[in-house]
Design a protein around this ligand. Structure first.
Ligand SMILES: [Zn+2]
Length: 403
């Protein structure tokens, strides 16, 4: 592992320099669902895993016991994956960021929010801490963060070592081994962790379920997905359910349907067909837990919070493409288990907007997530008319990349 770790660090510095000179990335067909086209990244303004560790310690210390930081698990390269918990309410909100290591505003937003949730004594924040338990998992794929890429840092032969029953099986469809100008998955392969989830939280990998497809569940073969699953199961055991799950991502640059306005942020509550519908028949066993209405209410709460702010850059909020079937995503799997689920997809061209825009995009994420938290804390979200979800503008987008 130490040899591999050295390689990882070497690759990291190469990718970092490439990032500073604005790479234009084009993935081979089908290898990289969800990665924005024309991706340009300066990552100088975003934090590393070492900085995350330090920052979380500081937040915990300065919160006088309000924020509790724990190591929930480790990435394949041995980096800590954290939970930061604040609040004592019986409604649980799980917030996750950077499952794709090149999608970074969510981590900055979560750290800002943890700082505030652990120190602000206004009535609003006291109520939040009384009514809800917030569990934040910033940067859950730190090996990918260090490489500034989508996939984690794990080879199929390591998977075979962990799961001998998979010996000789064709690797899963979300396994990257290609090389291009910027990313060398060939010598340092990895998986799209956000296809490794399975709605059966006790699922054990079986040879006949490989290589799989995007419309089939994942396998929990990556330590990063296993860690998030374990946190989720732990919260289910403690609280009965995880009321809300929010996953923070980035997308490419798109327009609001029928306009020339650039999208700031897309949101969604739709990741798998409703198990109560004909298309969702394969998910029938989750028909009683899946709660489409609540996911829609939560999305409207986020949308409304961003509308109240008014004016750019909080305008131009759209719905992410709908009618997906991605049960291997964390959102798809956890929605089937009964969590109200919300996807955030921040516009991707961070470098072309510069540092100021980065700050504004982080603020937009915070504003939307606070809309959700406040809606749950006050109970107002349960009174939202879910059909307002369908009034949120769509994204003008002829291609669906997944997320
Ligand atoms: Zn993503």
């Amino acid at each position: 592992m130490s040899k591999k770790k050295k390689l990882a660090l070497l690759c990291s510095s190469v990718v970092l320099s490439a990032g500073l000179i604005s790479p234009v990335y084009a993935a081979p067909n089908g290898t990289n669902p969800g990665t924005p086209e024309n991706q340009e990244y300066s990552i100088s303004g975003f934090i590393s895993h070492a900085e995350l560790s330090k920052k979380l310690q500081q937040i915990e210390k300065s919160s006088s016991g309000l924020v509790d930081v724990e190591v929930a698990g480790y990435s394949n390269q041995g980096r800590e994956i954290y939970t930061a918990t604040v609040g004592t309410g019986d409604k649980v909100i799980l917030l996750q960021s950077e499952i794709h290591g090149n999608e970074k505003t969510g981590t900055a937003a979560l750290l800002n929010m943890l700082q505030q949730l652990g120190s602000n004594n206004s009535e609003e924040f006291q109520r939040i801490r009384e009514e809800v338990t917030i569990v934040a998992m910033p940067m859950i794929n730190p090996d990918a963060t260090e490489l500034n890429r989508r996939g984690n840092d794990l080879s199929w032969s390591e998977v075979e070592e962990d799961f001998p029953q998979l010996s000789g099986v064709e690797p899963s469809w979300n396994y990257y081994t290609y090389t291009n100008q910027y990313w060398d998955y060939a010598s340092n392969p990895g998986f799209d962790v956000n296809r490794d989830f399975n709605p059966d939280l006790d699922y054990e990998p079986q040879a006949e379920d490989f290589p799989g497809t995007s419309s089939e569940p994942g396998w929990y073969i990556t330590p990063e997905a296993q860690t998030v699953r374990d946190v989720y199961k732990g919260l289910m055991n403690e609280f009965g359910k995880v009321d809300v799950f929010v996953d923070l991502h980035h997308q490419g640059e798109y327009f609001v349907e029928g306009t020339d306005d650039k999208v700031t942020l897309s949101i969604s509550g739709d990741f798998v067909p409703n198990p109560n519908s004909e298309e969702g028949d394969k998910y029938r066993e989750y028909a009683d837990t899946y709660n489409e209405e609540f996911s829609k209410q939560l999305n409207v709460a986020a949308y409304d919070a961003l509308q109240v702010k008014g004016n750019s850059p909080f305008d131009n909020i759209t719905l992410y493409p709908q009618n997906l079937d991605l049960p291997g995503t964390a959102l798809g799997s956890f929605a089937l288990n009964g969590s109200g689920a919300v996807l955030f997809e921040v516009t991707g061209q961070t470098q072309s907007y510069g540092q100021k825009k980065r700050g504004q995009l982080v603020k937009a994420v915070e504003t939307g997530v606070y809309g959700i938290i406040n809606g749950v804390a006050t109970g107002e979200v349960y009174n939202i008319d879910a059909s307002e979800y369908d009034d949120i503008p769509l994204t003008d987008r002829d291609q669906d990349y997944g997320f």
